[in-house]
Ligand binder design. Sequence first.
Ligand SMILES: Nc1ncnc2c1ncn2[C@@H]1O[C@H](COP(=O)(O)OP(=O)(O)OP(=O)(O)O)[C@@H](O)[C@H]1O
Ligand SMILES: [Mg+2]
Length: 387
Amino acid sequence: MTVYCDPTRRPWPGGPDDRVPTVESLAALAAALDADPAEQLAVLGAGVPLAEALGCAEDYRINRPTLGVLLLRDQLEVTVLAAAIRAGVREVVPAGDPATLRAAAERSLRLSMQLGAAAPPGGTPQQRPEAQVVTVFAGKGGCGKSTVATNLAVTLAAGGTHRVCLIDLDLQFGDVGIMLQLAPDRTIADAIPMAGRLDEAGLRSLLTSYRPGVEVLLAPARPAEGDHVTRQLITELVAQARTMFDYIVVDTPPYFSDQVLAALDLTDRFVLVVTPDLPTLKSIRLTLDMFELLGYAAERRLVLLNRADSAVGLTVSDVERAVGSRMAVLMPSSRDVPVSVNRGVPLAVEKPRHPVSRAIGTLAERCAPEGGRAATHRRRGIFGRRS
Ligand SMILES: Nc1ncnc2c1ncn2[C@@H]1O[C@H](COP(=O)(O)OP(=O)(O)OP(=O)(O)O)[C@@H](O)[C@H]1O
Ligand SMILES: [Mg+2]
């Protein structure tokens, strides 16, 4: 499935347990790839001169689009990264990092399989329907947005049945990386040099794989970097992701930033999280006024009442009256939620039958596009359940 090329005879850097056919020139690589049309990945070693590597990647991008090309470099420089992505390299990987290489290779092989599966014999890949964009929002901090977004993403993926892209748009204080224990090696800030020409390979290079079906676009590691992520770049990222995934789940900060407005404009389902306390209820009224001003249809909103069972003097109907809308989902309070956050594993992964996970399951069903929902039922039973 993979061929490694390095003219300077550096050994395969993926580790000794991983045997990979090795060639010592780009000509030999071409011969090996010609001999086996099923090969799906070429790894160009750090010893391949940059210009030759980019020429080779460009060539394969046009003549064999399902083949993934990874490039190893001793040093990762932004200019090299940008040129490589432009040439069609799927990812540039540091030469001495076997774990990153293996992860990149896995991602690339998965993408090749998807492209191959989508391509009719001898033809170009078929157009896929666009992803359903679900944005989780609340005008008040600490309501449970990130908890809902992370659990919703893994639930929608249903163990890899659907492809889900989780985007952390809390550019200053995003917690998705911590909640899923993902290192911010690549973040949305790395999209900045790609602004205006972001393509599928570019977006792929920014994503961090979490579990089957779930890819994450993490928030910047340093809050200041978020300032350079423009509204236009968010539009580009979401539009590109829409062509590659079944669902996009967007986690947001507790205010309407320019970037949040860009995501909201492309959103199909707005999940509004509220908790039964007066300050939050006041803020959701303001949020709903803003939504009306922006022309977002009420039918596209789903209000989730988090900590619905908290005995704090407000009933569900009090909340519904205050919000002026029925609650789509009631999510109970449970100490298992902060425990799961501290462990870095969403409750929906660890305890799928937990009442909180079930509430997220209801939300996931409500987030499915109407047409897609019926089709999913027929194909497999929605979210893994037989129907
Ligand atoms: N149903 C729940 N039961 C118990 N604790 C919860 C529940 N939902 C959320 N929490 C806890 O509340 C805290 C805030 O949750 P979370 O980080 O998801 O909120 P947020 O809206 O994303 O916050 P921020 O606005 O700061 O981004 C976390 O410690 C989380 O564990
Ligand atoms: Mg949050």
